[in-house]
Ligand binder design. Structure first.
Ligand code: PMP
Length: 439
């Protein structure tokens, strides 16, 4: 059965009177006809205000790793509420959670908390500049690091459909001081020569290399381990702080994140999303020598809501579950089964495709070969992907209608959700392929 978005469409018209673009975050605006307003969620399922039920693979852009309304996490959050609210004084639990993170993540000698991925990256970058004594930073094409001015710069590759040309580099939207672009250098993923070249030319100005080793905002295109090792060595050689933005991969692709998965350590790393199963908390962590620069009169970091007792208690419980049970292995196994099922369906119809990233946050590309950097995304058949995604949305499978967002799996995705997803995937694919054949 196809969904109706009558009430969401009506609400959009109403909401836009008081909320720019009718939403609270630009990423949630999918236009007048397709913007979904959520009513509630439980486990792996979500319901919108029209009563449509979805199996959710967005998971709020990744956080809900244990499933929505997780009883143990919510009970912990309630304990946080009982403490009375934000007192803007540190609590004992901060140490407990930092200590657990330190044990899970190799490089996390010390930990600081914030409220969003944006804040964690902003703080890590400032800290890196302070430590290195240099103000520029390198970003990877296709990377996303939140909404602060210093990192809200993007490589535009849409025009590179035939794989040739160069990206255009620009701020995401208006209002960002153009002079900040002077501080940013870009490299394509998996090209250590390009990285070396930038470092040779500007290494005396560059304080940080900021990278998502799995590009969680570019279809989970993944760094090769050898590339990361080379990047690690080049950063050491040029006095550059290596920052892994693990906002999406942290506590998801392995207990110790991408650093454990790939066996390469950063100097600093950032976490958000999965850390609190969706409660608003983030963290950044790293080598003691660097982290100790944060102090009164040193590197500024903090805020009224940092380590708020409610999300902190939720993070305490979420991390305990992820650390002490086989949840992450189960999530990965489920993601693998989903991909195997999709492959069978796509192969029967001879649709070339590849998967990228980690099964718990896999990307699906309509391409012959595994993409190695964001430029390759432009050569994929993302129109087919977008049409398929919209068809799936209509049938109750909620994936992002943009191929650059991975499919996130939670512990609540079970066999029933897998079977239903694959059935709908097959139907949706046939509808789209039929339509394309007739066009
Ligand atoms: N870094 C990465 C890798 C992200 O994916 C995101 C958000 N999608 C951010 C930073 C920003 O996080 P937040 O939305 O919590 O500010």
């Amino acid at each position: 059965m196809r969904r109706s978005l009558t009430r969401s469409n009506l609400h959009f018209k109403n909401a836009i009177r008081r909320l720019p673009a009718g939403v609270a975050s630009n990423f949630r605006c999918w236009g007048e006809e397709l913007t979904v307003y959520a009513a509630r969620a439980k486990g792996a399922r979500l319901w919108d205000i029209d009563g449509n039920e979805y199996i959710d693979y967005r998971l709020g852009y990744g956080p809900t790793i244990l499933g929505y309304a997780h009883p143990e996490v919510d009970a912990a959050a309630r304990e946080g509420i009982e403490m009375g609210g934000i007192m803007a004084l540190s609590t004992e639990r901060e140490f407990a959670v930092a200590d657990r993170i330190a044990k899970m993540v190799g490089v996390a000698d010390l930990v600081r908390f914030a409220c969003s991925g944006t804040e964690a990256v902003m703080a890590a970058l400032r800290l890196a500049r302070a430590y290195a004594g240099k103000t520029h930073h390198i970003m990877v094409e296709g990377g996303f690091h939140g909404l602060s001015d210093g990192v809200l710069w993007q490589a535009k590759v849409e025009h590179m459909e035939d794989g040739t040309g160069e990206p255009e580099y620009a701020a995401e939207g208006t209002g960002i001081p153009g002079m900040l672009q002077d501080y940013v250098h870009y490299v394509p993923l998996n090209d250590s020569d390009a990285l070396e070249e930038v470092l040779r030319e500007y290494g005396n100005k560059i304080g940080a290399f900021l990278i998502e080793p799995i590009l969680g905002n570019a279809g989970s295109i993944t760094a090769e381990i050898d590339y990361l090792k080379k990047a690690r060595a080049l950063c050491d050689e040029h006095g550059v702080v290596l920052i892994f933005d693990e906002v999406k991969t942290g506590f998801r692709v392995a207990r110790g994140g991408v650093q454990e998965l790939m066996g390469v350590e950063a100097d600093l790393c950032t976490f958000a999303k999965a850390i609190g199963n969706g409660y608003p908390i983030s963290a950044f962590a790293g080598r003691e020598e660097i982290m100790r620069l944060i102090k009164p009169g040193g590197v500024a970091q903090g805020g009224t809501y940092a380590a708020h007792p409610v999300p902190l208690a939720a993070a305490d419980k979420t991390l305990q579950i992820l650390d002490e049970t086989d949840t992450l292995e189960k999530i990965a196994a489920h993601g693998t089964r989903l991909q195997e099922g999709m492959t069978q369906i796509l192969s029967r119809r001879s649709v070339p495709h590849v998967f990228t990233g980690h099964p718990s946050m896999g990307g699906l590309f309509f391409l012959e070969e595994v993409p190695t950097n964001y430029r390759d995304w432009a050569t994929s058949d993302y129109t087919l992907y977008n049409e398929l995604a919209l068809e799936l949305n209509d049938m109750g499978i909620l994936c992002e209608p943009d191929s650059r967002e991975p499919w996130f799996i939670s512990a609540a995705h079970d066999d029933a959700t897998l079977t239903e997803t694959l059935e709908k995937f097959e139907t949706a694919l046939d509808i789209v392929l039929d339509r394309q054949a007739k066009a």
